[in-house]
Design a protein around this ligand. Structure first.
Ligand code: AMP
Length: 414
């Protein structure tokens, strides 16, 4: 598969070439033809899959025809970093097309953004608040929007932007193409997608194996000793920024509190906190006020903190997808990250599922000098001499029970 097969204009292919793309990524392969047909799209994919070009390329193709210098494409993104990234991709890929893009977001002066809008642009990449602000001031006309892209919709929801997004939707023509991207589909996001998409084509990018720059290890431990093991590990390991995951918000809150009592600079990020409290935690973690953040899967979705050195799964996640998501927080951009997972005897089935996706067996480790009591961590793996099937059967039997129970528990409390 190559980009020529999409029948994109040579001016756009020139942008693709300049960007150094030779082979379309799976989401580009699936989404570009559908977007070109003018269909609505529900894209379930994370950042890093090439999703930006998946919508930018067919959008650039559309813009080659029709009126210039009025806003025909609106791309809404949750953070200014993402808005800038999409804006830059539009400029780079569309360099030879003559299409103009403007990015607008808060936290910086409005002057240059207003000026850029006044000079005329076909693409506006915006964060919700500033967009509404500028629209209120009458400096942006959204009545000619033909394509709306909502990017990282789940993160917008996490960051409390859904009311703003709903307000923006009211300002747009109802006759339009809508492209909706989200890494996950919680109920609120599913409802929004159902409401605004018309007979969409769903494009879902399956499991992406985690980056190779992460080294994984399992630490067998009984549940009752987990906290002590974590404390010992923190003492022995040279850690930078550590993200710890627990299964429930109560466990996150309590563990963060216990770590703080032990003089660690720790904070929690969990669903029972107000938006303000969450923001304070996140800012503190990002700015270095806290070294450790204890989070639940759902609360951690909005985290865009880089250089996390260690992800510690204090509780193993419920799904392999969640594991990939969690450890995707470390080992970014050429850094080596470490992903440690505490495993209880019942977790063996989930461990096997994770190993299947990683394509390798994860190393089992013990913390030196730690008092495991009666528990024998080295007995938690099948002995090499043991016939494989026996060990498997046993753990499969316990797997069914434990993971079902866990899922039930987690939906009720997370
Ligand atoms: P995204 O998921 O859109 O944030 O893209 C992730 C990264 O992949 C960006 O740095 C893109 O420039 C890059 N990228 C996107 N499409 C391709 C491709 N077909 N080949 C190589 N790199 C790509």
């Amino acid at each position: 598969m190559n980009f020529e097969q999409f029948s994109l204009d040579p001016r756009i292919l020139a942008g693709v070439k300049a960007a150094g793309y030779t082979t379309p990524t799976p989401i580009q392969e699936q989404a570009i033809p559908v977007v070109r047909e003018g269909r609505d799209v529900l894209g379930i994919a994370q950042t890093g899959t090439g999703k930006t070009a998946a919508f930018v390329l067919p959008i650039l193709q559309r813009l080659l025809r029709g009126q210039r210098r009025r806003v025909r494409v609106l791309i809404v993104a949750p953070t200014r970093e993402l808005a800038e990234q999409i804006h830059q991709a539009s400029i780079d890929l569309g360099k030879k097309t003559g299409a103009r893009s403007v990015s607008i977001y808060g936290g910086v002066g409005k002057g240059s953004q207003i000026q850029a809008l006044q000079q005329g642009a076909e693409i506006v990449v915006a964060c919700p608040g500033r967009l509404l602000d500028l629209h209120g001031q009458g400096v942006i006309d959204l009545s000619h929007v033909e394509v709306l892209v909502l990017d990282e919709a789940d993160r917008m929801c996490d960051m409390g932007f859904l009311p703003d997004v709903r307000r923006i939707l009211k300002l747009l023509p109802t006759q339009r193409q809508t492209l909706f991207f989200s890494a996950t589909m919680p109920d609120e996001i599913r409802d929004l997608a159902d409401k605004i998409l018309r007979t969409p084509v769903t494009v879902q990018i399956g499991m992406i194996a985690p980056a190779k720059s992460v080294s994984h290890a399992l630490y067998p431990v009984p549940r009752a000793l987990k906290k002590d093991l974590l404390l010992t590990m923190l003492e022995q390991t040279a850690t930078g920024r550590v993200l710890v995951f627990t299964r429930t918000k109560y466990r996150a809150r309590n563990l963060a509190r216990d770590l703080t009592k032990r003089k660690y600079r720790a904070t929690a990020l969990q669903g029972n906190m107000s938006q303000n409290q969450r923001q304070r935690s996140l800012d503190g973690f990002r700015d270095g006020k806290y070294d450790i953040m204890v989070a639940t899967d759902i609360a951690a979705r909005g985290i865009d903190v880089t250089d996390i050195t260690h992800v510690i799964n204090y509780d193993i996640p419920d799904t392999v997808d969640a594991y990939t998501h969690r450890i995707g927080r470390t080992g970014r951009v050429d850094q080596i990250g470490e992903a440690f997972t505490f495993t209880e005897p019942d977790d063996e089935a989930m461990v096997r599922d994770i190993e299947k996706v990683l394509g390798e067996r994860i190393e089992r480790r013990q913390v030196r000098g730690f008092n495991y009591g009666d528990f024998q961590p080295d007995r938690q793996r099948p002995k090499p001499s043991q016939p494989r099937s026996r060990g498997r059967n046993r753990s499969t039997a316990s797997r069914g029970r434990s993971s079902r129970q866990r899922r039930k528990h987690s939906t009720a409390t997370n």
